[in-house]
Design a protein around this ligand. Structure first.
Ligand SMILES: COc1ccc(OC)c(-c2cc(C(C)=O)n3cccnc23)c1
Length: 121
């Protein structure tokens, strides 16, 4: 924590980019890599009011749209919850979303974060 807001902003962006890469590694099939289209998922845009995917999250980090870690985690959770809303429980998408959500919450939980934050400048 410095009194220079610019430095804090860059540190937050570096942390979020690190977490994003760690989360993307948990999606080897890249089911969450890009926006879901109505072409591959009928009526998706009608059923899911706020779509979210890793590419959109990456752009938000780069455009400095996340003022905090919590805002980043909220979009990650939204992405997983959308998949558990649209897809039936027995589908690979639902199961992948459930696993990803749990892995992600562990990664951004207080215990793990303490380790991460202690490594920052
Ligand atoms: C089978 O190949 C792909 C490729 C990309 C996808 O989303 C980016 C998806 C995909 C991703 C999803 C999700 C995340 O709900 N989905 C739902 C129904 C049908 N397809 C999908 C599947």
């Amino acid at each position: 924590e410095t009194n220079n807001p610019n430095e804090n902003r860059q540190t937050l962006q570096q942390l979020l980019t690190h977490l994003l890469r760690a989360l993307e590694r948990r999606d080897p099939q890249q089911l969450f890599a890009w926006p879901v289209t109505d072409r591959i998922a009928p009526n998706y845009s009608r059923l899911i009011s706020k779509p979210m995917d890793f590419e959109t999250i990456r752009r938000s980090i780069q455009s400095d749209l996340y003022p905090s870690l919590n805002a980043f985690v909220a979009d990650f959770k939204l992405m997983c919850e959308n998949a558990m809303t649209y897809n039936q429980p027995e589908t690979i998408y639902y199961k992948a979303a459930k696993r990803l959500l749990h892995a992600g919450l562990k990664l951004t939980g207080p215990e793990k974060l303490k380790t991460l934050l202690s490594a920052l400048p």
